[in-house]
Design a protein around this ligand. Structure first.
Ligand code: ATP
Ligand code: MG
Length: 575
């Protein structure tokens, strides 16, 4: 491709809404453009990257025995009602009506659709297992679209669904997809970890997330260096030892604590350790107030709370002052488990039941209560573990201190079991002549998010550093002075030769200053660079790689050897 013709609208300034490197660079490099919040177009360079990622995904899915098809983004309401998700999916679902007032959604995912597609066609165990996938555009009206295509409202996903006879078969399909994902993300050169994921209030079964490591990632991973434990912070089980004490249960005592509302203020006021406080949080769960009490030195894990309450996350919100006043009779910051309004739902983290002489909010503005003990002074529902994991918590497997890291979820695999086959009544006839439910799995890769994740891991202050496998072009030839005939001719000649070798080549034949050309090639991140300058007359060019920048002069006839070497270094074969 000649850059004089290329549609590559680079930007000198970073658009103000872009916060993280991938978002900034993909916009600046003219790879994508925003239409409205969370909705992007992929421009020629960016779309080439997308297609390359898709192809890696496609090759590995095909190799794993999955078959590609393509389904509609538009799905009728009835399909989603059969699984109960028309209601449960909540505000993330884009909904629309046709001219006859029939309701539809723009598919945020396709479990129902795939199950419905195959259920009347697959009749016998002999046709199983079956694994189908598509690479398609998904729609989710995200609460906070951000970071460009990382959390978008329209994005490209590869979604696959497996159908098996039994649990054992599902486990096998799951493992095959896991291995396919390892191959995909390894080929895409991502540094990643596979972590235990939360399956949500509705999911039930096992799931794993493939997290591309990045400080800017929205996901937090707790992992152990000693054993192989790794889980998202939503999922990670918290091992929390309540300090042993032989203290006697003392009498409750109301203490005047004017304007002392936060844990830090309380620590200061009482001159006590954080863990002696019982922190009460007030939520609205599906519209009903609930008070949750956890140890004062810890944070609540809302995902665990939703799972305990068996509600989707969008049905949980913090309660406002009015609600708090209604159940506690006090201003925010003075809620506690003792003396709540009759009938208020109270949930305590199991650790609270083992703690002695707690200090808690007094349910009276400007008061706390000392020496509060579970069982004697209050009772509630006991939830085993509602805490958010912290760096240094003991590994639930081996006891070693856990570490925390950030990542971007690029893939997700789920064991669905019979959740969808039972609600959609999807059955096959088994060997024993009995009707049985399909046992399913679902497997997603965020294709467009993966593009951004790669940039998060591969960039520097000047721009993107694409790995060869996904680079929009393999090679860029920069003609320093396009008006100089010798330089132009040599550039053109090399261009033609490299194209003939099957390489993807950009020829910077623009009438621009060399500095502009160098900046652009750094920004768009083409891996292999050939600079044709003054020594064109001697058939000598400058050769360098975007990733290390070291420049060497080589005769033209050595270019191909160098390129082959660069491919080999990245584990690729040049055909
Ligand atoms: P998240 O926790 O980030 O919201 P999710 O659990 O909702 O992700 P899945 O439903 O498992 O995501 O979707 C499969 C894959 O699609 C994810 O692993 C992710 O890579 C990608 N994905 C999900 N939501 C978005 C989005 N809003 N924008 C871009 N990619 C997304
Ligand atoms: Mg989501």
């Amino acid at each position: 491709m000649r850059m004089s013709k290329l549609y590559m609208p680079t930007l000198r300034e970073t658009p103000s809404e872009a916060e993280i490197p991938s978002h900034k660079l993909l916009l600046r490099a003219g790879m994508m453009r925003k239409l409205v919040s969370g909705v992007y177009s992929y421009l020629p360079l960016g779309y080439r990257v997308i297609k390359k990622i898709e192809n890696v995904v496609r090759e590995e899915m095909d190799r794993a025995g999955s078959q590609e098809l393509l389904m509609s983004a538009i799905q009728p309401r009835e399909l989603w009602e059969s699984s109960g998700r028309w209601e449960n999916f909540g505000p993330e679902m884009f909904r629309l009506k046709d001219r006859n007032d029939r309701e539809f959604c723009l598919g945020p995912t396709h479990e129902e659709y795939f199950t419905d597609l195959i259920k009347d066609e697959i009749k016998s165990y002999k046709q199983l297992p079956l694994n189908l996938y598509q690479i398609q555009t998904k729609y989710r009206d995200e609460k906070r679209p951000r970071f460009g295509v990382i959390r978008a409202r329209e994005f490209i996903m590869k979604d696959a669904y497996s159908f098996d006879r039994d649990e054992e078969g599902m486990e096998r399909s799951y493992k095959e997809m896991w291995e396919a994902y390892e191959k995909i993300f390894t080929r895409l050169k991502l540094k990643y970890k596979v972590v235990e994921g939360d399956s949500g209030a509705m999911g039930g079964n096992k799931s794993h997330e493939f997290m591309a490591m990045a400080e800017t990632g929205e996901g937090v991973i707790a992992y152990c260096d000693k054993c192989d434990y790794a889980a998202t912070d939503e999922k990670a089980k918290v091992v929390y030892e309540v300090k042993k004490t032989d203290e006697e249960e003392a009498d409750m005592e109301k203490i005047y604590t004017p304007d002392v509302t936060t844990i830090d203020d309380l620590v200061e006021f009482f001159q006590a350790d954080k863990e002696i406080f019982g922190k009460a949080l007030v939520y609205l769960a599906s519209g009903e107030p609930v008070v949750v009490v956890i140890p004062g030195d810890r944070e609540l894990n809302e995902t665990k709370l939703c799972n305990y309450l068996r509600i989707p996350e969008h049905e949980l919100e913090m309660a406002d002052e009015e609600i708090i006043m209604g159940i506690s009779g006090a201003k925010k910051g003075f809620t506690g488990p003792v003396g709540l309004k009759e009938g208020t739902r109270l949930i305590v983290d199991s650790r609270i039941t083992k703690m002695k002489n707690l200090i808690v909010g007094g349910n009276e503005t400007d008061y706390h209560i000392k020496n509060v003990n579970y069982g004697r002074d209050f009772e509630g529902e006991i939830a085993d573990d509602l805490l958010l994991v912290e760096e240094g918590d003991s590994c639930p497997n081996c006891g070693e201190a856990l570490k925390l890291a950030r990542g971007i979820e690029v893939g997700n695999i789920f064991q669905l079991g019979t959740k969808y086959s039972s609600s959609l009544n999807a059955t096959y006839l088994d060997e024993d002549g009995k009707e049985k439910l399909f046992v399913m799995g679902s497997y997603g890769v965020g294709v467009s998010r993966t593009m951004a994740a790669i940039v998060e891991q591969y960039h520097d202050e000047y721009g993107i550093i694409w790995p060869l496998v996904v680079a929009p072009y393999h090679v860029i030839i920069t003609i320093i002075n396009a008006k100089n005939e010798e330089q132009r001719d040599l550039g053109e000649k090399i261009y033609e030769e490299l194209l003939a070798e099957g390489l993807e080549v950009l020829l910077d034949d623009r009438n621009e200053r060399a500095g502009v050309k160098f900046n652009d090639r750094d920004l768009i991140g083409i891996p292999i660079r050939i600079t044709v300058g003054k020594k064109a007359s001697e058939n000598i060019v400058e050769y360098s790689l975007r990733k290390d920048g070291e420049r060497i002069e080589i005769p033209v006839d050595q270019i191909m050897d160098r390129i082959k070497e660069a491919f080999k270094e990245e584990g690729l074969e040049l055909k």
